[in-house]
Design a protein around this ligand. Structure first.
Ligand code: SAM
Length: 452
């Protein structure tokens, strides 16, 4: 308990506020007239901090987004280096506006919440600065996903962390965690919500859709972590390419994904070794972006590598490939995200028992398999986005073969003998129904054998 008391006392301290009240400025500036405007942070500290961003001196042609610029030191510094800068803050400050004028800045200044920024409106940015903002956010995971959607290169996340001292002493936490501040426990400020460990910042970055997290600096109270959208320093392509046996959603066997769901991509790869490779040697890619894998396991049918589709990915066709260690990249596999309804509603031409091919009937004695022959199946149809309703009970096909217009389905044991209506639902559209007669007794539902 004593320890907890000390920790609470330590968290309450707010050295910045006292300085800020004195100076009125958070950042310090070397003004165009040669004078120095002293803020709460020293110029030397700001210059030292910027080193940890690992950015080139020349940023011409780059788009930079500075989230939470406050007085704007980093906005104007990025602009001095040649970048086109957009600065977004929840407050609109006189200090920022005066300095904007004084420096002759052409940076765009927007008053908005990070959560409300839309890459469809603003575009994406080569570099996103998220400095001193993360711990102010009540929804850090949502914010991280937004940052990923807005970044095309690197997002620099500099934040308060709770384990800086331990990290520097070499005591790295293996389980990422964060403190939660309900009532101004952190520095007495009501707009401070969370205090992550360094490991939590890294894990949040990877889970938000970035390829990798690179810790570039840790102090007792802060960490600067670079969130990369593209793989950095990949091992050389020395060995033969990885062979991919298939790609599917974890939720179904299809290749169509819904961005509103907690759904992820599973790549099935041929793997000749006895053990799965370490996760940090596995490099999936979706379109031009790397994505951190969160699982890689060896199964009877090969190596399964799982990774999420990065937020901000547009609806439509996408491609994925993979590299493992020194192996060369695999071929590209295709999948679809957020499919919209097709222009043509498919038509069921015939239904047959899957074993005897008897038309318009299915027999439980033959296993309950049936095949539906369909005209006008959209080319993107697969077992994940095509549902067959048998008297309103959804059935998920084992196969959807677009070329032949064939859908193979196994009856669920809740379908009894008799006449049933069969219809196909795809992207919200429903085909005309067609009747089949089910013969025989269905098997009992697993776990309810005693019901029969
Ligand atoms: C501690 S200051 C950091 C200033 C500067 N980025 C730095 O690190 O030196 C936090 C800034 O983030 C802004 N901010 C806080 N929450 C925000 C949000 N949800 N969206 C945009 N800006 C936010 C604050 O208004 C403030 O300007």
């Amino acid at each position: 308990m004593d320890n907890e008391f000390d920790l609470r006392q330590e968290r309450k301290v707010n050295p910045v506020r006292t300085n800020l009240e004195k100076t009125g400025l958070y950042h310090s500036f070397l003004l165009p007239n040669g004078k120095v405007a002293e803020g709460s942070m020293s110029l030397a500290w700001q210059q030292q901090r910027i080193e940890s961003f690992r950015l080139p001196e020349n940023l011409s042609g780059k788009r930079v987004l500075d989230i939470g610029p406050w007085d704007g030191y980093y906005t104007f510094e990025m602009e001095r280096r040649g970048a086109e800068v957009t600065a977004v803050d929840v407050v609109d400050l006189d200090t920022f506006r005066s300095l904007h004028r004084a420096f002759g800045s052409s940076a765009t200044y927007i008053q908005a919440e990070l959560y409300d920024l839309d890459p469809a409106e603003l575009g994406t940015f080569d570099i996103v600065l998220c400095l001193g903002v993360l711990y102010h956010l009540k929804h850090p995971f949502l914010a991280m996903e937004k940052l990923c959607a807005l970044t095309s290169g690197v997002c620099i996340i500099d934040t308060f962390v709770i384990d800086g001292k331990d990290y520097l002493a070499g005591n790295r936490r293996t389980i990422p965690y964060a403190e939660f501040y309900e009532r101004g426990e952190l520095a007495g400020q009501l707009d401070n919500w969370c205090g992550p460990t360094v490991g939590a910042v890294e894990a949040w970055i990877r889970s938000a859709g970035f390829a990798s997290a690179e810790v570039s600096r840790v102090t007792e109270k802060s960490a600067c972590v670079l969130a990369h959208r593209k793989w950095q320093d990949l091992p050389a392509d020395v060995d033969p390419p990885i062979k991919v046996a298939g790609l599917s959603s974890n939720m179904h066997r299809g290749r169509s994904f819904n961005s509103a769901r907690e759904e992820y991509v599973v790549l099935w790869c041929y793997w000749a070794y006895d053990a799965a490779p370490p996760l940090d040697s596995v490099f999936p890619q979706i379109d031009e972006f790397g994505v951190a894998p969160f699982d890689c396991s060896l199964n009877a049918d090969g190596l399964h590598v799982s990774f999420r589709i990065p937020p901000g990915s547009s609806p439509g066709r996408h491609t994925a490939r993979i590299k493992i260690g020194h192996a060369t990249w695999s071929d590209w596999e295709t999948f679809h995200l957020d499919l919209r309804g097709g222009a043509v509603t498919p038509v069921i031409k015939a239904i047959q028992d899957g074993t005897t091919w008897t038309p318009e009937e299915v027999n439980w004695a033959n296993g309950g398999w049936f095949t539906i022959w369909v005209e006008g199946l959209p080319v993107t149809s697969d077992a994940g986005n095509t549902v067959v309703h048998v008297s309103g009970i959804p059935h998920y096909p084992t196969e959807v073969l677009v070329e032949t217009g064939q859908i193979n389905v196994k009856l669920r044991p809740v379908v009894a003998a008799g006449l049933h209506e069969v219809a196909i639902i795809r992207d919200g559209t429903r085909t005309m129904a067609r009747e089949i007669r089910v013969h025989g007794e269905p098997p009992p539902v697993r776990g309810l054998e005693d019901l029969v």
